[in-house]
Design a protein around this ligand. Sequence first.
Ligand SMILES: Nc1nc2c(ncn2[C@@H]2O[C@H](COP(=O)(O)OP(=O)(O)OP(=O)(O)O)[C@@H](O)[C@H]2O)c(=O)[nH]1
Ligand SMILES: [Mg+2]
Length: 223
Amino acid sequence: MKEVVKAEEGEVFDIELEADILEANEKLATENKELLRKHGVQAIDIMGSIGSGKTSLIEKLVQELKGKYRMAAFKGDLTTTIDAELIARHGVEVVPINTGKECHLDANLVRKALQRLDLNSLDLLFIENVGNLICPAEFSLGSEKRVVVISVTEGPYMAVKHPFIFMDADVVVINKVDLARAMEVDVRKLETDVKKINPNAKVTVMNCRSGEGVREVVKALGL
Ligand SMILES: Nc1nc2c(ncn2[C@@H]2O[C@H](COP(=O)(O)OP(=O)(O)OP(=O)(O)O)[C@@H](O)[C@H]2O)c(=O)[nH]1
Ligand SMILES: [Mg+2]
């Protein structure tokens, strides 16, 4: 094997421009957080790889927590409202957010979406990000907790290959445990990989299709 080609600073991006964008985003995220706290709303980011089970997890959480909390959701997608409609079936208010070509939500989009909700009538807000394990990590949205969903169908190296998104995660859900054997993926090894990156993360194993394991996620979120 030959030596790895590494991008130098400034080679791929204008780093100063990127720093400005991230700084502006942080400021808006802080404002979002203050607004949400003022109204007693706890926002929870749901990030994770494409198709890992983010929407399915939100659906199961909404079913599990109905009657206990008043809930709503934001759903970030490039152009569709498919997931937003799936979540809305459960009787919660959903604001779809289309990012166009962007691979992540940002605090400005969340700020706009917040204007569509009556925050006084809510306790919990789930924010499903665009599916991928890279860009969403850099953009705070103003949430209280960050969840990362990965699944065994993405293979055994999801955590070690994408460490940054796990560093700030409060809860990591390893999903599609029902398919682990067929995929020949060792769930315990994935769990260990996540713990090595972030020893403070609570790691739970789930089947978001059946709902098995949802109570552990609820507990890990302190709900
Ligand atoms: N077998 C199995 N299928 C699952 C599980 N969780 C989700 N799925 C299926 O996986 C597919 C993708 O699930 P979604 O919940 O849409 O995943 P997502 O992360 O929201 O996907 P994007 O928003 O498109 O990135 C759907 O067909 C789900 O029914 C699981 O635990 N086991
Ligand atoms: Mg989804």
